[in-house]
Ligand binder design. Sequence first.
Ligand code: SAH
Length: 213
Amino acid sequence: MTEAAERKMRFLYALRSKGVTDARVLTAMEKIDRGAFVTGLFADRAYEDMPLPIACGQTISQPSVVGLMTQALEVGPRDKVLEVGTGSGYQAAILSLLARRVYTIDRHRRLVHEAEGVFRRLGLTNITAIAADGSHGLPDQAPFDRIIVTAAAEDPPGPLLAQLREDGIMVLPVGQSDTVQSLIKVTRRAHGYDYDELRPVRFVPLVEGLAQD
Ligand code: SAH
């Protein structure tokens, strides 16, 4: 077996052992090379199950957490998905193989620009990346079938709850940024929202406003 094939096998094994069992999610994560999203000093650690630093003082999430969040989101092939927190673009790329269309927002223009470059190189044409404050959502494209937030807020942002379609699902970390946060799954029902707590996680904070870079 080549070194690359062995590395991929270990990567997928780590995902399964941490509870990522959905076949469609595993297939998408097998296809999207995390190495394409990690550059510089940490490039050789792209296949390890750990978060890594990216530009603008942000992080690319741990692969098993990406897998568990994607699995909890229950994305279908006709779904229109909103991601808040583009970061490296890795999570959006995985979603793009599972959904019809993905909108992803980051407050750092530089991250949006770099992620767009990777999407282009990988031939992912159903992702729209936007530089903006994602806590307001994307009213023009609402409602969304699925919403995923990859930065932690104290509570689910009201505009995002409002932009979720009935029977839609939103997955996000909530809690204070300097403590352990909870990953929660919100399902919109006809007369309100159901909340499920999934597991403890640690994400960078959701910050208001567009960044300088
Ligand atoms: N999903 C990313 C990881 C995201 S890290 C990946 O797969 O690599 C969290 C990201 O959320 C950071 O890039 C940060 O800039 C962004 N962020 C924080 N607050 C934000 C806000 N209000 N609107 C949009 N993006 C925000």
